[in-house]
Design a protein around this ligand. Sequence first.
Ligand SMILES: [Zn+2]
Length: 273
Amino acid sequence: MPTVDSVQLVVDVVAERTNGRNAAFFNGIQQEWSQRVQQYIDHGGSPPLVTNWTAIQPRTNTFLNLYLSPAENSAQGQMLETMRQHELTICPACGELGRPNTLDHYLPKNLYPHFCITPVNLFPMCDACQLAKGTKVGDAQSPRFFIHPYFDTFVGEQVLCLEINAPFDAPAFTLGIVNGLDPSHARLIRSHMRELAIERRYASFFRNQHRRLLRLVGAMRAASQDVPQMLMTIRQAAVEPSLNAWDYVFYSAVCDNPDMIDYLTNAQLPQYL
Ligand SMILES: [Zn+2]
């Protein structure tokens, strides 16, 4: 969760506008704006429970300017600066390792301009996810496509699982979701994966990791190391930063697959990798 309180930020931003051309506008809407931010928190940002605010549509740019060109020491400018200085090493939306470069608006800023500087509506995201997400929110069938990293805390557990199917020198990979999830959570993960094209993006990573694994296992055998034990250690090392990080999903699929462990321990490995 962001350290800055989202409702308090509305109060602070309006308080900074005591005169100037937008002062009357912001003072006039402060109460409803705060209520809408509180409604967002109460419903975890979930459309359609968090409604659009049609009355402020003509003033969309007035809101967007708060985000796009904040004064340096303004309340929202400092909040944005703090959020951009995060120390994440993984994209919270897809699990790819690497520092996520951008801040995403969970509810897009053009459709919900009054949430463009709401801290709980902002989180770091990788470029690939942001490009795929665009201004999508949901549709008639599934009103909410995406996992919200602050409110959908069930993704703290492993929710993605990989199946690796023989032949193990050139396996097929199937990415799915773990058994036993609440059906509404399972539906949310499916739409999240589909809309962010996560399986397609994982595919080349898994192929590369598989080649790397065969080389690693070759080296372990040459050094007379215990292959299953070593693989368990590699999986353990991938627990951080997340059980849904691509590396962890891959190594847990390997370790939980007795046929593959048997292949890696005993079979003739391909010569040219
Ligand atoms: Zn991502």
